[in-house]
Ligand binder design. Structure first.
Ligand SMILES: O=C(O)CCC(=O)C(=O)O
Length: 288
């Protein structure tokens, strides 16, 4: 990746650090160059082009759908798996449109298994930022490429990232890279400023029988009237505190809203076994 600035210039300021602590998020414009965004998009498109959906499409059209698709999801912590938009299928289980327009996201180990994603994810600028935000010994735990497809891009309901990736104590960062302009129309992120001061509402955990469930600590509704849209330009990085409530709405517009997300934890904290996302012993986590 071309480095537009050296990493000393990319360090966040004291004011930005204070804003992150106060608001639970940070918007860093032009963090990534436009060409790098385009290269990542072209590469994701190539991955989808080379992906054979036949086995999976048939899975989605059988009674086994829930169990098998859950297994495919739960196995994806150390793989590159492709997940469909909920509205991608017709009642007979076939795709309504091309597979390129049907994939919701790719996850969850792109950064370790794909050289292009590895290079995008492991830069001096990201390393420095993560260190500035208090992660002393970083491990890249999860990556997702999110398409938010035109017309059928699904909603992501309000959540805290720590629900899905929990550490004890909580030391986790969510990095959300806009690969295209994100607007209200095409399904940008919405956040509750300061909402990271709310407690963790739930944890998504594996149960002993092999499935998953939500452990709920607080079932009061989110103060959704406090939600604010983050409309950002391509190349912007949004940093999310693990307790910050956020969501994205459906995309009914004719434009996609592609984004790449990376989650980083600190090697010094405990990553409980019951977290849904797991690595096989042959694929340990690594840093930058
Ligand atoms: O990009 C989106 O639409 C939502 C992503 C998100 O909320 C997440 O990765 O936690």
């Amino acid at each position: 990746m071309e480095l537009k600035n050296n990493y000393f210039q990319m360090r966040i300021t004291r004011e930005q650090l204070a804003a992150y602590e106060r608001d639970g998020f940070l918007v860093l414009e032009n963090f990534v160059g436009g060409d790098d965004c385009d290269r990542l998009r072209a590469h994701a498109e190539e991955l989808v082009r080379n992906f054979d959906p036949n086995g999976l499409v048939s899975i989605f059209s059988t009674h086994e759908q829930t169990r098998t698709s859950d297994d495919y999801f739960l196995d994806s912590g150390d793989k590159i798996h492709f997940f469909f938009e909920e509205n991608a299928f017709q009642p007979d289980g076939t795709l309504r449109q091309s597979k390129e327009r049907s994939i919701n996201k790719i996850g969850h180990a792109l950064h370790d298994l794909d050289p292009v994603f590895d290079k995008f994810s492991r830069t001096e600028e990201i390393k420095q930022l993560v260190s500035d935000l208090g992660i002393a010994d970083p491990l890249l735990i999860q990556s997702m490429y999110i398409f938010k497809q035109p017309k059928i891009g699904g909603e992501v309901t309000c959540h805290q990232d720590a629900t899905f990736l929990y550490t004890e104590p909580l030391r986790l960062l969510g990095l959300w890279f806009a690969l295209e302009d994100a607007t209200i129309e095409n399904g940008c992120l919405w956040i509750i400023p300061g909402g990271h001061k709310l407690r963790l509402k739930s944890r998504f955990v594996r149960d002993e029988s092999g499935g998953t469930h939500f452990e709920v600590f607080d079932d009061t509704p989110w103060p959704e009237d406090e939600l604010q849209p983050l409309e950002v330009k391509k190349g912007t990085l949004i940093v999310l505190h693990p307790l910050l409530p956020h969501l994205s709405r459906e995309n009914r517009s004719p434009r996609s809203r592609q984004a790449y997300t990376l989650h980083v934890i600190d090697a010094a904290v405990d990553y409980p076994e019951e977290n849904w996302l797991r690595r096989s012993p042959g694929m340990p986590l690594s840093g930058f």
